[in-house]
Design a protein around this ligand. Structure first.
Ligand SMILES: Cc1ncc(COP(=O)(O)O)c(C=O)c1O
Length: 401
C-alpha cells in the first residue's frame, strides 16, 4: 500500500505554542516588537544555518528574486540570463524588475549547457542560476566566467535547501541566494521566501525595498554583531528607494522556525530515498536517471528521470499506468500549459528557440519523493514506475518478438 506521496509535510507540533502566543497578542507584524520578532529570529537562525552574514525573510522566493535584482541596481531594460528550464515565476521576477529575461539551453541532465551559457554571457547584465528541482549546474564554470565578465550571480535555490557544491551550501556561492518556503519545498510555510548574502549594501537595499519604512531597518541589526558596515549602508539608502511591501508575517516565521532543526535529517532522508529509487529505475531499458555532477551533494525531495526510446503516445501511456497505481508523474513538455515549459511563457518579450531544452522537456518525468517515505515505500514506488515503463513500451519492443 503506497503512502500519500503528494501531500505537503506536516508542521512540527512545537509551532503551535508560538502560533497561539501570536494569536493571543495579535502581534503578527514583524516591525511591531522592539526586538526579536519571530521574523527577525528566523533571519538570524537561517543565516547562521547557511553560514551567510545576512538574511532577509520575505513573502515568497519570487519576491526574493525580484528584490535581489532591484538591490543589484541594474540598468533599466538590462538583460538577465536564466536557464530555459525553470518555473514561470523566475522569468516573471525579471520582468517585474523591468528587465529582459535571456534564456539559455539546458541539457538532458537538467543542467545549464555551458557552451550556450558562455556564448550568451556577453549580452547580459546579471545571471539567475535556477538550480531547478535541486540539480546543480557547473557552478565552478559559471562563477569563473561571471567573475571574469564582472557579472553578478543570483542563485535561485528554491529547490536546493541543503544541497552542497564542494561542501559549500548552495545559495551562498553567488552574490545572493534565494529560497522558497512554499508548501512543496523542504520547509513548508504555505508561502514565504528568504534571501541570503554577505553583501551589506545589497541587503540594506533589499531590506528597505521589502518595506522597512522609516527606521524599521534598525530591527535588522543583530545585537552583539559589529553592525557598523550595515548601518552605513542603511544610512546611504534611507528615503532613496521605493517600498514594495513584500514582508513576511510573524505567523509564517512561527511555522518555519521549528522546521530549521529538521533540515539536515530531511536532506539525508530525501537523498537516501532518491538514490534508492534511482538505482532501481536505472535498470530499466526505457528509463535514464542523469548522474549528479561530482562536486554536488543533492538534497532531493522529488525525482526526475528521462524516458528513452518511447514515442509521445508511449510516454503518455507510461504516465497513465503510473497514475493508475497511485504515482503521479508529469512530463514537463507534454502536460498542457505546464509552467516549467518555456514555450508557455508567452509573456516573454523575446521568445527563443531552445531545441536541446525542448527535447529534454518532452521526455523528462517528474514525481514527488518526500523525505518521509520509508525504504519499503520507495521500493513500491520504483516497482510501479518499472511496471509502467514495461507496459507503455510496445509489446514488440518489450518482448522482442
Ligand atoms: C525553481 C523555482 N524558483 C522559484 C520559485 C518561486 O517560489 P515561490 O513560490 O516561493 O515564489 C519556484 C516555485 O515553485 C521554483 O520552482
Amino acid at each position: 500500500m503506497l503512502p500519500n506521496m503528494h501531500d505537503a509535510d506536516p508542521i512540527p507540533a512545537e509551532a503551535r505554542i508560538e502560533i497561539d502566543r501570536l494569536l493571543q497578542s495579535g502581534d503578527l507584524f514583524r516591525y511591531t516588537a522592539p526586538q526579536d520578532a519571530p521574523v527577525a529570529l528566523l533571519e538570524r537562525e537561517f543565516s547562521a544555518f547557511m553560514g551567510a552574514k545576512y538574511a532577509l525573510a520575505v513573502s515568497s522566493c519570487s519576491a526574493a528574486l525580484f528584490l535581489s535584482l532591484e538591490a543589484l541596481n541594474l540598468p533599466k531594460g538590462g538583460r538577465v540570463m536564466i536557464p530555459g528550464f525553470t518555473f514561470a515565476a523566475v522569468p516573471s521576477s525579471v520582468i517585474h524588475a523591468g528587465l529582459v529575461p535571456v534564456l539559455c539551453e539546458v541539457g538532458e541532465n537538467y543542467r545549464i549547457d555551458m557552451a550556450d551559457f558562455a556564448a550568451r554571457l556577453p549580452q547580459v547584465d546579471a545571471v539567475i542560476v535556477s538550480h531547478m528541482r535541486g540539480h546543480t549546474s557547473d557552478m565552478d564554470a559559471i562563477l569563473t566566467l561571471c567573475a571574469k565578465a564582472g557579472i553578478p550571480v543570483i542563485e535561485d535555490a528554491a529547490h536546493s535547501l541543503g544541497t552542497t557544491w564542494h561542501g559549500r551550501k548552495i545559495g551562498t556561492l553567488g552574490r545572493v541566494g534565494c529560497f522558497s518556503f512554499q508548501s512543496y519545498k523542504l520547509v513548508n510555510a504555505g508561502e514565504g521566501g528568504i534571501l541570503v548574502t554577505d553583501d551589506a549594501d545589497l541587503v540594506a537595499r533589499a531590506v528597505i525595498l521589502s518595506g522597512a519604512y522609516e527606521h524599521a531597518w534598525t530591527k535588522h541589526l543583530s545585537p552583539g554583531d559589529n553592525t557598523a558596515e550595515l548601518e552605513q549602508a542603511f544610512a546611504r539608502w534611507q528615503n532613496k528607494l521605493p517600498l514594495y511591501n513584500l514582508r513576511m508575517s510573524n505567523l509564517s516565521a512561527a511555522v518555519i522556525r521549528p522546521q530549521i532543526p529538521h533540515i539536515d535529517q530531511r536532506v539525508a532522508s530525501g537523498r537516501r530515498n532518491h538514490d534508492q529509487v534511482a538505482a532501481i529505475l536505472s535498470q530499466s531499458p526505457w528509463i535514464e536517471v542523469p548522474a549528479k555532477l561530482p562536486p554536488e551533494e543533492r538534497a532531493p525531495d522529488s525525482l526526475q528521470f528521462n524516458l528513452t526510446g518511447l514515442s509521445d503516445a508511449e510516454v503518455r501511456a507510461f504516465v497513465a499506468a503510473a497514475e493508475a497505481e497511485g504515482v503521479k508523474v508529469q512530463v514537463f513538455g507534454l502536460s498542457r500549459d505546464n509552467a516549467r515549459a518555456y514555450w508557455n511563457w508567452q509573456f516573454l518579450p523575446e521568445m527563443p528557440d531552445l531545441p536541446r531544452t525542448r527535447a529534454m522537456l518532452m521526455r523528462a518525468c517528474d514525481t514527488r519523493l518526500p523525505a518521509r517515505l520509508t525504504s519499503a515505500d520507495c521500493d513500491a514506488v520504483a516497482a510501479i514506475l518499472m511496471r509502467a515503463a514495461e507496459q507503455a513500451a510496445t509489446p514488440t519492443r518489450a518482448y522482442g518478438t
